[in-house]
Write a protein that binds this ligand. Sequence first.
Ligand code: BJW
Length: 248
Amino acid sequence: MNSKFVLSANILKDAEFVAVLTGAGVSAESGVPTFRGKDGLWKNFRAEDLASPEAFKKDPKLVWEWYNWRRGIISKAKPNPAHMALVELEKIFKDFYLITQNVDGLHFKAGNKKVVELHGNLWRLKCINKNCYRFDNPIYNYEVPLKKIPPTCECGYLMRPDVVWFGESLPPDAINKAYEIAENCEVMLVVGTSAVVQPAASLPLIVAQNGGKVIEINLEPTYLSSVVNLSILGKAGEILPRILDLLM
Ligand code: BJW
């Protein structure tokens, strides 16, 4: 038995309020590409060419082609053992929140209920016209592929994915809730994120500053590894079920 699994289970066993922060790595074993790293999306595309308001303004069709392609992959993806273990963890602890940077909706599909989506959801579309009802009221749309890109709103303006691009603010409700969770949880599991994108990457540091413990699960060391209480290297879909087994 890997002693790090036992240590993690011991840290978690005594906690009542547990939080999880996930990134693209948690969906990698479902076949969803990550952003950075060997097979990451940014290897083939420049982030600023696709995930920024400037990119959308310059070439909305190109940006929508990218999202159409990703929606196609995600529509076929099934939650993997990491997602399923997180569903079970939600049932164990008195207080539990899952904060995700992912826009794929797979945590909801797996069955987690207390999910905070920091970077939006790529199944939602919102109008770019600030005066339109669909600016503040995005609409779910599961059409794959979207036949007309870029899609237009009833008001005539373009629709965009309801996700957070570089330089944009995170949804206030989501980031405020995430800060509240980070300040109050006893343990945070940080799973499958390179921890380079702010403000999400600061959440584990807030946990540590407030006396909480941080356990990181990742294929490789990250910027956080030297400050966390425990860093476990490996696949989330293998590690999380083993920790869960020790808690059952
Ligand atoms: C496995 C695995 C397996 C693989 N098992 N592990 C302060 C300082 C510096 C800069 C900033 C700052 N504050 C704001 C900024 C600017 C910017 C930023 O952070 N830039 C940095 C890159 C430097 N942040 C913003 O602009 C944010 N807005 C903001 O803060 O507004 C206020 C403000 C604006 C401007 C200035 C100051 C303040 C918005 C950030 C929005 C991020 N958006 C994206 C796209 C979302 C839509 C979409 O998906 O299309 O979000 S970018 C992309 O990165 C996506 C992800 O959610 C995010 C994080 O990536 P993640 O999840 O960590 O994925 P990867 O690929 O990086 O890592 C995967 C990891 O998994 C790896 O470590 C693997 O090893 C691991 N892994 N398989 C376990 N099986």
